[in-house]
Design a protein. Structure first.
Length: 212
């Protein structure tokens, strides 16, 4: 069941996901404490991802877990959405812990509705960078990779969170988000699920644990 179809790309109006550098889907499920785990087809799983993103009552209760994709396992759902205030601190700590266990763990949020972009890159138990475009005060670490290159291209030598929000530089940087989406960062750092489905195996649907 669930062999990946190259046409089954993962999309949602608001797409949140965790990427763990591990080819062991079962180990990732265990580390996250997911329960009520069941297999699903790629078509049904991708449809569910968008449904959960639109769920106003229980958006944080269900996640979808991919099989290994080029050595990474993705766990998709608003539960891992950095811009959601009730989730931010918890999943930041969780991602740090996962990176200590697996080596690398990352969080991403991409909006097809122009509601902002967010990412968190952690390695070896340390957060290298957290950026939430709609909440610059949540930023941690130093820009690197595509974010740093784009800042340099705009003549921004520091960090975007330190810019005067009324300045021309800040307005210019805000206009670059189409060149520095979370999907762009993910493509450079791990896996961009909106363009990659090079996987063989089953998608899993699971209930995420409550942390309250």
């Amino acid at each position: 069941m669930g062999t990946a179809d190259s046409t089954q790309l993962i999309h949602a109006c608001w797409l949140s996901w965790l990427a763990v550098e591990s080819a062991d889907q079962a180990e990732v499920v265990k580390a996250l404490g997911l329960v009520d785990v069941r297999e699903t087809t790629w078509a049904d799983g991708v449809e569910l991802i968008d449904e959960v993103a639109h769920d106003e009552e229980e958006p944080f209760s269900t996640v979808v877990v991919t099989p290994s994709i080029q050595g990474w396992t993705l766990v998709v759902g608003p539960y891992f959405g950095l811009p959601y205030a009730r989730q931010t601190a918890h999943i930041t700590d969780l991602c740090r812990e996962l990176s200590a266990h697996f080596g690398k763990a990352q969080l991403f949020f991409h909006s097809e509705q122009n509601d902002g972009e967010a990412w968190l890159i952690a390695e070896g138990g340390r957060i290298l960078r957290r950026w939430v475009s709609e909440c610059p005060d949540l930023a941690l670490g130093e820009p690197f990779g595509v974010e740093r290159r784009l800042l340099d291209a705009y003549g921004i030598t520091g960090k975007p969170e330190d810019l005067d929000p009324t300045s021309d530089l800040a307005r210019d940087w805000a206009a670059t988000w189409g060149d520095c989406w979370a999907t762009t960062v993910a493509e450079e750092c791990s896996i961009n699920p909106t363009t990659t489905t090079a996987a063989t195996g089953s998608l899993l649907v699971a209930a995420a644990p409550s942390f309250e």
